[in-house]
Design a protein around this ligand. Structure first.
Ligand SMILES: Nc1nc2c(c(=O)[nH]1)N[C@H]1C(S)=C(S)[C@@H](COP(=O)(O)O)O[C@H]1N2
Ligand SMILES: [Mo]
Length: 525
């Protein structure tokens, strides 16, 4: 612990204020530079500086925004960044001074600043927990640096007992200046490296932004009656930032639309290669489709429903003319992940798409920008290749896809399933009329009925929401006349072609979980 000498002591008077202040500024700077490097290396857009700046822009009242644009024109962002630099310098200086006097408080203030930045990162659209990694890195670098540099700035930790007050020995000052110089140098190198590493991400985000203006994406308003709007239930349309994300990519593949191509080859008459403009030029269609993961447990949340805008995969295959001996299509992503999809499923007229839009926006990078596959009726691991760059028309006998070679089934048709969303598991509810609600799905077959059972009683038919097609999940609600006590609620669904969801429990491996979703609730008297 570095304690500042008591105020008024001769030692304190000799100590200039600026070294600890400088130490604070430099420690904060190095931390933020570290965040830029980590974000750049991971290909992530969310650095604390960018997030705080964007949050500030969003929270700025319109009149101030207008004023800034009128006054500074296209330089408004530069002015914002300069302003943030000034604020950060002042805050860093104050934190340094505070750390010199009360180390614990200073460190706490620095932590609080980064927590605020973390909140800003978290409230940006399309962010997941991984978006916080750069901010955490800033803390890991800034806090020890702060402690170390402020220590150097305030002199040796154990004051030497001295009979006569003497000026601090020169090496202390020199060693602070050396340490400060090294920190500043590292911060500058880090900031530069972060820019270089982050350039690809920035380029991809620009590419996405431009598409927003050039491709025609519809508004993703759910059809009337699809959402029952039961309090506490998940919305029928899953917003992009809440859509589950599953893939093997440690850092998201970064491909600009203008650099993307799709090669279609293998057992085809015409090998073809399409670029983004050519693909989109084939004509966009928008479809509500529910996507789910084979790893979803009974009652789980690895499922989402969105309006996907894209080009029928069948149209692209028709250009290539698959051979009649082929029975599979092996799709490969930019990062080498593969899926094997039955050729007949891709060409039987269902809305299997090369999607470029999701809920009215260009595909988010995490969900496969610029182009991904989505095939109603199949689990994602056999069909929903993100960042897709290659299709090989083939035979199932001739290849193994990523998850098939790891013990999962070769074919992955979705199993009929249903889930209770409200009440939540272990909830306490009041006696009387209680809405029991949730979703059921059997993509491409459709849901014709959902039934709910209390304890071991009879099955009760739930009311079903409307759906635009058999390819989405379907909301349901049943009004329960709840009697006091502990109760178990169970749900089961029936497909449009008459299959009643089985009670037989199966784990996700190898071809998807089965069994009825049950929850326990307490009805208070
Ligand atoms: N390139 C690539 N695409 C992929 C995967 C992957 O690991 N890599 N995972 C698949 C799996 S298992 C699922 S369930 C879906 C999930 O899509 P989402 O992350 O957009 O929800 O993507 C599929 N597409
Ligand atoms: Mo999955």
């Amino acid at each position: 612990m570095t304690a500042a000498p008591p105020a008024g002591s001769p030692e304190a008077k000799r100590r200039p204020w600026w070294p600890p202040a400088l130490a604070g500024v430099l420690a904060l700077g190095l931390g933020l530079a570290a965040a830029e490097v980590v974000a750049g290396a991971l290909g992530r857009a969310e650095t604390p500086v960018v997030a705080v700046g964007e949050e500030f822009i969003d929270l700025t009242p319109a009149w101030l925004k207008d004023f800034a644009i009128e006054t500074f024109g296209i330089h408004d962002k530069t002015v914002l960044l300069i302003g943030m630099g000034v604020v950060l310098t002042v805050l860093g200086g104050l934190i340094g001074l505070l750390t010199a006097r009360r180390k614990g408080l200073g460190m706490l203030a620095a932590t609080a600043l980064l927590v605020v930045a973390g909140f800003a990162v978290n409230s940006r659209p399309d962010t997941t927990m991984a978006g916080l990694v750069p901010t955490v890195a800033a803390g890991i670098v800034a806090l020890p640096t702060l402690s170390w540099l402020v220590g150097k700035a305030t002199g040796p930790t154990t004051p030497q007992p001295q009979l006569t007050p003497s000026p601090p020995p020169a090496p202390t000052r020199r060693s602070f200046l050396t340490a400060a110089g090294i920190t500043a140098g590292l911060a500058v190198i880090g900031a530069g490296l972060g820019q270089v590493l982050g350039a690809r991400r920035a380029g991809v985000e620009t590419s996405r932004d431009q598409l927003e203006a050039t491709i025609d994406l519809p508004r993703a308003t759910p059809p009337d009656g699809a959402d029952l709007l039961v309090d506490g239930a998940n919305p029928w349309r899953t917003p992009n930032q809440n859509f589950y994300r599953i893939d093997t990519a440690l850092s998201e593949p970064l491909i600009r639309a203008e650099d993307w191509t799709l090669r279609v080859h293998g057992m085809v008459e015409n090998e073809i290669e399409l670029d983004y403009d050519r693909l989109v030029g084939m004509g966009l269609e928008s479809r509500w489709l529910t996507l789910n993961c084979v790893s979803n447990e009974v009652g789980g949340h690895l499922i989402g429903n969105a309006l996907w805008t894209g080009i029928p995969i069948a149209d692209v295959l028709a250009l290539a003319k698959p051979s009649s001996d082929a029975d599979a299509v092996r799709s490969t992503s930019h990062d080498g992940w593969t899926a094997g999809t039955p050729l007949d499923v891709l060409t039987d007229g269902r809305d299997a798409l090369f999607a470029v839009g999701m809920n009215g926006q260009p595909l988010p990078v995490a969900h496969g920008f610029p182009v991904r596959m989505i095939v109603p009726g199949l689990y994602g691991y056999v069909s929903a290749t993100k960042w897709v760059v290659e299709l090989e028309v083939s035979r199932f006998d001739d290849f193994e896809a990523y998850w098939t070679s790891r013990g999962w089934a070769e074919r992955g048709p979705v199993k009929v399933a249903s889930r209770i969303d409200v009440p939540s598991s272990r909830a306490h509810v009041g006696a009387g009329s209680v809405p029991v609600a949730g979703v059921a799905w059997a993509q491409h077959r459709g849901i014709q009925g959902v039934e709910v059972r209390v304890d071991d009683g009879d099955w009760n038919a739930a009311r079903l929401a409307t759906v635009p097609s058999a390819d989405t999940w379907r909301q349901w609600v049943w009004q329960w006349d709840a009697e006091p006590g502990e109760h178990r609620l169970t749900v089961r669904a029936t497909t449009a072609d008459g299959e009643v969801q089985t009670s037989e429990e199966a784990p996700p491996v190898p071809d998807g979980a089965s069994g009825w979703h049950t929850i326990d609730v307490t009805v208070d008297g």
